[in-house]
Each structure stands twice: as C-alpha cells, then as structure tokens.
Ligand binder design. Structure first.
Ligand SMILES: Nc1ncnc2c1ncn2[C@@H]1O[C@H](COP(=O)(O)OP(=O)(O)OP(=O)(O)O)[C@@H](O)[C@H]1O
Ligand SMILES: [Mg+2]
Length: 306
C-alpha cells in the first residue's frame, strides 16, 4: 500500500562518537520518486546519517520513518524495503559476480534474477570473474547490482561514483536517472558538486554534522550564489569595467577579465556599447552561472574538495 506524503521522514537525528558530534539534529523529508542528494566534504556526517536511516546504526536521538516504518522501532522492517549500496562494500574475493548476487539475493524474501541485474549493470563479461579481480568501476557497479537485489522502491547510494573516471561516472548517472524513471526514490551522498547539481532533484548541503541548506540546486544557487560571471577577452583598449552597471567585482585571470555581476543583462548591454563605440575590442564573451561550489563557499567560508 502506498502512503501519501513524503516516502522518508527524518526527524532530529543525532549521533555522537565520544567528543565528536557526527550528526546534529538532522531533519528532512524525501519525496517519492525524487533523487535526493546529501552533499558535503569528508567527515560531514553523510554516511552516519544514511546508515541511521537504513537501520544500520542506532541514533542517539531522533528517528526516521521509511515508507511508513519507524527505523527505531523496526530496523529490520526498514531494511526489507530498501536497497543499500555501502561506501565500502565487502565482497568475497573468491566468489564470482554471479555467485555474489545469488548470495545476497538469498538474504531477501523477494529477489531479482541475478542474470538481469548483471546485464543491467553491464557486467555480462564479468559474470564468471571473481569479485576480487574486478576494477574499481566494476566493483562499484556490482555494489549497485547488490543494492537492487530485492527490487527496492527506495535506494540508498553512498558516494556511488567516487573513484570512477568521468565516462564511468556519466554512465552511472544515466543508470541512477533510470531508477527515477522507474518510479524509485534515490537518496545518495556525494562530495562532487557537479554530480549533485546535474543529477539531484534536491540537495541537502551538510557540514560538521548539520544541514546548512536544502533545496533544488537552482534555488540554492539563486539564493546563495546569485552573481553571474561574465568573462571577456579584451584584444584592444581599456575600460573601467568597475563602473559598468551591475558589476560588483572585477578580476583578471588567464588573460580574461572576469566581471561579477548582479544584473548580467545590463552589464552585457554596456559591454556591447563599449565594443560598438570602439573604445574596447573584445574577442569573446562568456556568461557563467554560480555553482553549488560557490553556494558551499558562501555558506561555510570553505571550498568543497573536488
Ligand atoms: N564508528 C565511528 N567511530 C568514531 N567516530 C566515527 C565513526 N564513524 C564516523 N565517525 C566520525 O563521525 C564524523 C562523520 O563521519 P561520516 O563517516 O558520517 O562522514 P562522511 O560525511 O560520510 O565523510 P566521507 O565523505 O569521508 O565519507 C567524522 O568525524 C568521523 O570521524
Ligand atoms: Mg561517508
């Protein structure tokens, strides 16, 4: 039976390890069918948060309700409903890919056919290869196949694309977007801002155990990094770019003048006028929006590791 409202409700989750507060009153809702991202640097508390929701770590306070099941009361009930890809998946080196999936399938009452999972995760060539012989990217795909073994409606992926090359990362983004198309809900963690921006419907930015902002990537950027950068490559002449309408800041980098503007339309108009009057000639003009990296910097004063 489908319950109305959010599919996951997280309320005031709290976890301490001795003097370290790993997660501090974290609350959020996840909407059915969305890709929800938790973005933050190393040690932010992403894995701890995920594992408390998954019923794998006991919170010191607060709770999470997953598709109607309260994880503090019934962690097994939660685990039966979800698919989990752990940050550090342990496989038996001397089991083949196929045997690994059969083994994990045996833990569940409902299990998907291993052959289909293997095809889906493009591991066909490695069907009979030992898990211990897989490359990093293949291991990653096997761990997602394992997460799919009980055909879950809700999937938790902990840094699914870490360690992958850009091509493999894009492929995995396609696979994750397919889960959404199938109506599954995906909750993932990442420290790649580009991944959060491109893949996630909504993003919670986490730092030092706290959620510091939560919204769609677009809304986060609009609110916390509204400046637009306009890059101009000047070939001739000079101008006092600082005085152009909308311009808040001017920097020169790699032979390009970079104007930070709060009114890009006005700034571009003024630049075009300068060009037409012949006082300055420029070769190229580039307009760049803010990124989640800028949002993180704005909120925490630090950069996210890429
Ligand atoms: N079992 C544990 N015992 C003691 N401290 C822990 C334990 N697990 C996590 N921590 C601490 O809790 C904090 C949050 O860790 P967590 O693994 O949740 O971060 P993370 O955001 O997933 O980081 P990463 O990006 O490196 O995976 C860190 O300071 C970490 O050292
Ligand atoms: Mg982690």
């Amino acid at each position: 039976m489908r319950t109305a409202g959010p599919i996951v409700q997280v309320r005031e989750l709290h976890k301490r390890y001795g003097a370290v507060t790993a997660v501090q009153s974290v609350s959020f809702d996840v909407i059915r069918g969305e890709i929800f991202g938790i973005l933050g640097p190393n040690g932010a508390g992403k894995t701890t948060t995920l594992e408390m929701i998954e019923g794998l770590r006991r919170p010191d306070g607060g709770t999470a309700v997953v598709d109607g099941v309260d994880v503090r009361r019934d962690p097994r009930g939660v685990r039966a409903k979800i698919g989990v890809q752990l940050q550090e998946a342990g496989f038996f080196d001397r089991l083949t890919v196929e045997e690994t999936l059969t083994l994990f399938g045996a833990f569940h009452r409902r299990s998907a056919q291993s052959g289909r999972l293997i095809d889906r995760m493009q591991l066909g060539e490695k069907r009979r290869a030992w898990a211990g012989s897989l490359s990093g990217g293949q291991r990653q795909r096997l761990s997602i196949a394992v997460a799919l073994v009980n055909d879950p409606q809700i999937m938790f992926l902990d840094e699914p694309t870490t360690g992958l090359d850009p091509q493999a990362r894009r492929n995995l983004w396609d696979v994750i977007a397919e889960f959404r198309q199938e109506g599954r809900t995906v909750i993932l963690t990442t420290h790649y801002m580009e991944e959060a921006q491109r893949l996630c419907d909504r993003v919670a930015i986490m730092d030092h155990g706290l959620i510091v902002a939560l919204d769609t990537p677009r809304a986060l950027i609009r609110e916390h990094a509204p400046s637009i950068t306009i890059g101009v490559t000047v070939t001739q002449g000079q101008a006092s770019f600082e005085t152009l309408p909308g311009v808040r800041d001017v920097k020169t980098q790699d032979g390009e003048v970079r104007l930070s503007s709060t009114d890009p339309l006005q700034t571009v108009h003024a630049l075009m006028d300068l060009n037409r009057q012949g006082s300055v000639h420029f070769q190229q003009l580039r307009v760049e929006e803010g990124t989640l990296e800028d949002v993180f910097l704005q909120l925490t004063g630090r950069r996210l590791r890429e």
